[in-house]
Design a protein around this ligand. Sequence first.
Ligand code: MN
Length: 217
Amino acid sequence: MTDWLFPPAATPSLPIAGSAARYPVRRILCVGQNYAAHAREMGHERAEPFFFSKPADAVVADAADPVFPVATENLHHEVELVCAVGQDGSIIGWAVGCDLTRRDLQAAAKEKGRPWDAAKGFDQSAPCGALTLGVLPDPAASIALTVNGEIRQAGRLDDMVWSPDEILAKARRLWDVRAGDLIFTGTPEGVGPLRPSDKVQAHVGGLVPLTFTMRPR
Ligand code: MN
């Protein structure tokens, strides 16, 4: 038995729809600019997917409300289809996620060619709904996000530049992708600011919707 200096942190996990089992999260990979129109609004044309990551414990699960982050004047929402990798290395489940982004820190990092960790990988930056095990949602399914009931993002999964399986294949060229890895697959156009107490509702096709309120600090 290991003699820990202090108790190890709990394993972050997601609930699974219709099951008492939980999905243990190992890490979170994210794809940038994977919807044509969002890539254009960010000033890019179709290109190879690129990745960034968030720590596993950035996950906010079980409909918990993330605390509004420090160090930003421009927090943005990005609704995303999330893929969950299983023990056979394939995608075994799907969820609705929100890639919370400190857009001001990201802009500063881009300008200076610096890493995105502080812009993307901060605490509680990955609210995620319950996993649905099984096959990919209908490619024609809608992906949408509202803030206080107002539609901000609305797109379709078939607007994705790279499909989930293509993204997984690309990720495998860079990492030993394993069970417990979540992949955020990019966001459609319409990203925008969130303020303390804003209520966010997001859905992708028939997956379990994601709902949370930005908890004031
Ligand atoms: Mn994103």
